[in-house]
Design a protein around this ligand. Structure first.
Ligand SMILES: NC(=O)c1ccc[n+]([C@@H]2O[C@H](COP(=O)([O-])OP(=O)(O)OC[C@H]3O[C@@H](n4cnc5c(N)ncnc54)[C@H](OP(=O)(O)O)[C@@H]3O)[C@@H](O)[C@H]2O)c1
Length: 276
């Protein structure tokens, strides 16, 4: 029997890896869960496999602003309130790709979709019972930075550079949401550590094989990595912002959580959205 009343949970990147595992755990607790992914066949397979009336799938390419906005509108039609938003969607891109909006794809998917989902779903979260947003990225890692002179990485691109920049942008997203959104929703930045997920999505089969091999030896089980996420949905931390790196609290004084940089990124992001 569930120990709480059922929650309404939205999961970006919920068709695979840690997002999928979180979706299944929350369904088992009686929640209503909507998962978002870009691959319609994967979404259909999940619906068939789980065969649970409380599971919904929304197909959308979250690297597109219009698609993310369509998803926000659809969620608004389906729900009056949501209790948890868990953000997992990400994909590495060995070569620089531009989205239809003219943005570097890692920035668009890994950071901007999370910005849009966090801020645009805020009214529904504020109508939730004990709302929480969990952004699963790499908080605590101080490698990488926002390349203010070239945030779309037009002059110099590398997949690690792009991942690290978007990871640092997600750190700042947590800071800006907690400071600016005026929301009841608590924001949790979570770094799960090296986990046995995600290797399948790498486009290069050699890299896929190597990650898979390393993961078998060094990575955590997916169920272990998502355990705190599943718990935060029942019991959000009290603070407006929490940053947790593999079970350890990250001090808000860490340079990657700098409020001035968060303000600068918020201004850059709003300008991007206005001028598109
Ligand atoms: N795995 C690790 O070791 C590790 C370590 C630290 C941090 N993290 C972070 O944890 C998060 C989850 O990682 P994971 O390993 O669970 O990832 P994963 O198994 O690769 O799953 C990624 C999810 O994102 C979705 N997705 C990818 N591109 C999308 C798009 N354009 N639009 C919508 N959905 C899209 C995928 O669905 P579709 O295929 O259907 O699009 C899938 O459901 C990521 O942000 C990752 O950076 C992972």
């Amino acid at each position: 029997m569930p120990d709480q009343s059922p929650k309404t949970v939205i999961i970006s990147g919920g068709t695979d890896g840690m997002g999928r595992a979180t979706a299944l755990e929350r369904l088992a607790k009686g929640d209503h869960v909507t998962v978002i992914g870009s691959n319609a066949a994967k979404g259909r397979a999940l619906l068939d496999q789980v065969a649970h009336a409380n599971l919904r799938f929304l197909q959308a390419d979250l690297s597109s602003i219009a698609e993310t906005e369509r998803v926000v509108a659809r969620i608004g039609e389906q729900h009056d309130a949501i209790d948890a938003l868990a953000l997992f969607a990400n994909r590495v891109s060995p070569k620089r790709k531009e989205t239809a909006d003219g943005l570097e794809s890692t920035f668009a998917l890994y950071y901007l979709s999370r910005y849009l989902l966090s801020f645009r779903l805020r009214p529904l979260l504020d109508a939730g019972s004990d709302p929480v947003i969990i952004n699963v990225a790499g908080v605590g890692n101080t490698a990488g930075r926002i390349h203010w002179d070239d945030p779309q990485l037009r002059r110099r691109y590398g997949q690690v550079r792009a991942q690290l920049q978007a990871g640092r942008a997600n750190d700042l997203l947590g800071v800006m949401f907690a400071r600016q959104a005026g929301s009841r929703a608590r924001y949790v930045l979570y770094h799960p550590g090296f986990t046995r997920s995600g290797a399948n999505s790498h486009p290069n089969s050699l890299v896929r094989g190597s990650i898979d091999l390393l993961a078998k030896v060094f990575a955590r089980e997916v169920s272990e990595a998502v355990r705190p996420i599943v718990q935060w949905i029942d019991h959000p931390p009290a603070d407006a912002l929490s940053a947790i790196d593999r079970g350890r609290r990250v001090e808000e004084s860490l340079k990657t959580l700098d409020p001035d940089a968060a303000g600068r990124l918020a201004a850059y992001t709003e300008t991007l959205l206005r001028n598109r």
